[in-house]
Structure formats: structure tokens, C-alpha cells
Design a protein around this ligand. Structure first.
Ligand code: SF4
Ligand code: SF4
Length: 70
């Protein structure tokens, strides 16, 4: 899986809805003690997937390694 592509959460925008956690089939996310999502297993993320970014209702997810934004 990807080494240099993984989601980064903007906690200023994140509402803690956990849509990303519930959606991702690759166990990239875990839930923190405070109920917010944590990118716990970034190496599980599939390069160029963007699945969680598309469904995040608050546009809080970007990607490390995304040449479109870096
Ligand atoms: S889907 Fe977006 S707003 Fe919801 S928990 Fe994930 S990052 Fe936060
Ligand atoms: S981009 Fe895809 S594989 Fe990576 S965390 Fe989001 S849903 Fe999971």
C-alpha cells in the first residue's frame, strides 16, 4: 500500500461525525479517546483513493503526497 499518501485531518473543520472511519475499508482510521477520528494506520491507505475525502461533509480531509495541493 501507499507509503507517501495518506489522509490528514484538519481538526478545525472536523465535526467528529466518523463518516470517514465508518467508510474506509482498510482500517486506516481509529477513534480517539475524545471520539474524533485518528489516522492510525496511514500505510494502509490506498494511493489516490480519495474515498473518505469525497464523503467528508466538512472538507476536513486532505492527503499527504497529494500533488494537487502541495
Ligand atoms: S468525515 Fe470529515 S468531519 Fe467526519 S469525522 Fe471524518 S474528517 Fe471529521
Ligand atoms: S483514501 Fe481511501 S483507503 Fe485512504 S483512508 Fe480514505 S477511504 Fe481509506
Amino acid at each position: 500500500m501507499a507509503k507517501n499518501w495518506y489522509p490528514v485531518i484538519d481538526y478545525e473543520k472536523c465535526s467528529g461525525c466518523l463518516t470517514c472511519f465508518n467508510f474506509c475499508p482498510h482500517d486506516v482510521y481509529e477513534v480517539r479517546g475524545d471520539g474524533e477520528p485518528l489516522v492510525a494506520n496511514p500505510s494502509n491507505c490506498v494511493e489516490l483513493c480519495r474515498g473518505c475525502q469525497k464523503i467528508c461533509p466538512n472538507e476536513a480531509i486532505s492527503y499527504r503526497g497529494d500533488l494537487a495541493t502541495e
